[in-house]
Design a protein around this ligand. Sequence first.
Ligand SMILES: Nc1ncnc2c1ncn2[C@@H]1O[C@H](COP(=O)(O)OP(=O)(O)OP(=O)(O)O)[C@@H](O)[C@H]1O
Length: 714
Amino acid sequence: MTSRAADIAAEQAYFDTAAAHRDRRRDHLRQLPSAAAHSGAAAHLRRYAEDAQRALGAADEAVAFGRVDAEAGDSLYVGRHLIRDAEGEVLVVNWHAPAAAGWFAATPENPAGVRRKRAFTCTGNTIEELTDTILAEIAEAVDARLLAELARGRTGSMRDIVATIQAAQFALVRAPRDQVLVIEGGPGTGKSAVALHRVSWLLFNHREEMSAADVLVVGPHPTFVRYIGQVLPALGDDGVELRDVGRLGPDVPRGRTEPDGVARIKGEARMAGLLARALDARVGVPDPAERLLVGGRFVTLPGAQVAEALAAVRAAALPYAGRRRLLRDRLAALVTARTGVAGAGADAVGNLTERLWPQQTPTGLLRGLLGSTARLRAAAGGEFTAAEVAALHRRGADRLSRETWSAADLPLLDELAHLIDGPGRRYAHVVVDEAQDLSPMQLRAVARRSEGSLTVVGDLAQSTGSWARDSWDEVLAHLPTVHPATVTALRYGYRVPRQAYATAAPLLPVAAPGVAPVEVVRDGPAETGVHRVGLAELAGRAVAVAREHAEAGRFVGVVCPPRQRRPVEAALAANGVAWSSADRGELGGAVNLISPQEAKGLEFDAVVVVEPVEIVASDERGHRLLYVALTRTTGHLDIVCTGDPVPLDAPVRPRPPLVEPDVAFTRREAHRLAEHLAGQLRGAAPPAFWADVLAEIRELLPADGVSSGRPADD
Ligand SMILES: Nc1ncnc2c1ncn2[C@@H]1O[C@H](COP(=O)(O)OP(=O)(O)OP(=O)(O)O)[C@@H](O)[C@H]1O
């Protein structure tokens, strides 16, 4: 037997022993509830036993992924779950226990008393391979196990990285809880993965103070949330709340689109003041004398007394709904004092309360506000220009139940829910991913759910949209300040191979001059493929390239700018290629169609980027958006284009100026024009196509109201 084979055999014997003890413990836990003295105790024991079994991991899982040998001579096996023998001796320590820190933290530069790290590659609990790293003998931590892990094919679900967390990542995983920790770094440096492992680490190491239900993870969109959804359960942490930023507030029908300029105003922090004033403006003014019908007789409450009650209630430190209840109690007390009968005139008191302090809902209030220039103007409080007020104004649906809400409305509804009903659920730890793009109003929605401990994840070079940022201070300004903030960067790029990153990196000085490129750790399987074609072939070629990758068994992402979306969909259909769409929250088919914005945070074995010049043109920070698109691959990158594959000089989308409404064009005229256009549409196209035509018109109209819309090419 070679010494390697002997090593594996010895380690396998240890693994078998540990697995036997794990099975013994599992059997014991299974039988535990039957030993209970009564049914209540049995239920309690059953819950305990279930939790404890979960903490042992799956029956066929490898007991350990690593072994650390200290200079002092002792060794320690590190796995996902703690395993003890019958005497209580630790056979395998779980990765988030302080004792396991040496496995992650020891580096050649700083071995921290560790002599050797041995990594196991297993199938089930059978050791296939072991890799030794003698820390004193290598200059740089080139971790073969890590490279193998990075080269594995991707699916629509992020995996945990517990066995291969790198030292710099581990330092962030175990950084103190009570801070606002900003994890920044280029694409694929492991920011999202680190933030999730940090949650698991905090849950284990602060288990007395917080449980999974005390943690909230906020992602940029539903597809991303689904993508990361399996990481924490795989680490044994079920019950953490995961939400996309659009799902923080009330559950309402969404999908309304609006000009970027309007969304931008709605995202600003000064909207909070406007909403508070709008709510306050709903409070009524008492009559000089309030006459109430109580038990068939009129009772008069002097206006001054009612006004005094109202003033006291206004000043109370309670949310709107709480102060409403207070007012009703105060009015009821006034009536009781007049009639001498406790509880008299409840209906009349209810009516007066409703007149002076009407019940409000977030949707009802926002609809009423946005639908009325007068209310908007009154609530603007000198903080908004007339043009901004005009831009905020909109005609709502004819009924509240038919109203649909834009993405920028959602944080406003959440703010109102908070103003009306008071603070909701707060979390001991909040993770916010892709935080670089969030508006101040979205950040406020995150902030009010936090007790102060946050992990904020993002990359300024990938910051796009209405709220593209150039500094973390702009984000931190809207987050809680209970604890200090620290910004820490990850340098090594694990996802993107050298060839793909070499294609994307020239964008960086244009897209984000202050941001350093990542240090790539590995080579990819091929050079970037550049496919220059005529416009008519663009979609067809993109689909052909995607199909080739899919047929080779790769998980493929086709990143497509909005104007190419329909031609690409048509080409997919014409070629009989099955595909999933991120805008339907799906990811998982062999071929996945995604917009550049939806691509954020995701990754694929092969990425096909369609018409980069249009990606650049679709955002004010279009070069950043292209940088995002080009850095989604773990392996192959192809660019299908009619011109320059990486257009550094291509024009970005201009910032939409707020246009003063044309005073000569009245609402009545708008209505007449709409009737005319609707007539044309009715006559020219079958109803099934109306929605398409309207969507197309919206695309043709420039957001700034000035530049000329280019007709669609197809
Ligand atoms: N230590 C590691 N071991 C194994 N895989 C890793 C490690 N670090 C990162 N990865 C992998 O690299 C990929 C990128 O990680 P992740 O998505 O967390 O990066 P990111 O910095 O959030 O990227 P982006 O900015 O593009 O969203 C993932 O597949 C992740 O599993």
